[in-house]
Structures are given as C-alpha cells and as structure tokens.
Design a protein around this ligand. Structure first.
Ligand code: MG
Length: 162
C-alpha cells in the first residue's frame, strides 16, 4: 500500500524578452514577448516534466534534454512532457491529478486557460477535472512582477497501475 502513490514537484523560470511568441502549457499566449530558452521555452511544461520525473525518483529534464545539445533547439516542450510521462508509465505509474500555477505579469492568461487545460490534460492522458491551471501575477514585485520573467510551478500525484 505504501508504494501505491507518489507525489512530484517541479518549478521553472524563464527570462522574457521582446519579440517572438510566448508559449505556456502548449498554447501561444503572446506574439510580443518570448521566453529565452533553447527549446520553445514553455516554463509550464518544463515544470510539469520535472514534477513527473521527481515523482518517480528520476533525474531532471536537463539530463534527458541537455541544453548544449543543438538537436533540442526550438523543441516543442510537449515532447519533454511526453518523455517524462512515458518514463512514469515504464515505472508502472499513471497520473492521478496535476496542479499547475503560472506566475506572469502580462498578458492576462485567463482567456487561454480553457485551451491550455484541454491540450495538457490530453498530453497527460487525464480528464480535465483532474488538472488545474491557476494563473497569478507577482504584484509588480521583482523580475516576475516587472514583466521580465515567467515562472511555473507543478505538482503531480501518481498512482500505481494495477
Ligand atoms: Mg525551462
């Protein structure tokens, strides 16, 4: 019984710069700013992948997708979540629920949450009721509040497949 469930935590932060597209939880939310990254810079999917990997006692995403490997430039971060999900499956676990938080000053993300949930729940192979995507600002405080960074936090619960 004690091995039936596992919890995982992940967080990620990316600097924001003008131009390009900002992708969060698989959805384009801005065409005026982008996250500085080797991949598509989706901080939500990076945090989520790390949470999945953490729950099964694995290495972090940098181990599987090294930043100095140019093969992963502009990588769709959904591929990173898929890799992590496949590892959880190989370990005999499935996602019970996931709780995600995005901290970003602008743009306001409320109009995108429905689309984010649909895409991300499908990626995790869970129904949308088992996924929360919450969005907040940093009240103009620090680099996130000044619009210079985006941060994401992910918690996942896994259950042993029977
Ligand atoms: Mg990242």
């Amino acid at each position: 019984m004690k091995d039936d469930i596992r919890i995982g935590y992940g967080e990620d932060i990316h600097r924001l710069e003008k131009g390009g597209n900002l992708i969060l939880s698989g959805i384009k939310v801005s065409e005026e700013i982008h996250a500085v990254a080797h991949s598509d810079g989706d901080a939500v999917y990076h945090a989520l992948a790390d949470a999945l990997l953490g729950a099964i006692g694995q290495n972090d995403i940098g181990h599987f997708f090294p930043v100095d490997d140019s093969a992963y430039d502009n990588l769709d971060s959904a591929r990173i979540v898929e890799k992590a999900k496949n590892l959880t499956k190989e370990a005999g676990f499935a996602v019970i629920n996931a709780d995600l938080t995005i901290l970003l000053e602008r743009p306001k993300l409320a109009p995108y949450v429905k689309e984010m949930k649909k895409k991300t729940a499908a990626l995790l192979e869970i129904i949308e009721d088992r996924l929360s995507i919450k969005c907040g600002t940093y009240e103009c405080i620090g680099p996130i509040g000044e619009g210079r960074a985006v941060k994401a936090i992910a918690l996942v619960l896994l259950g042993k497949e029977r």
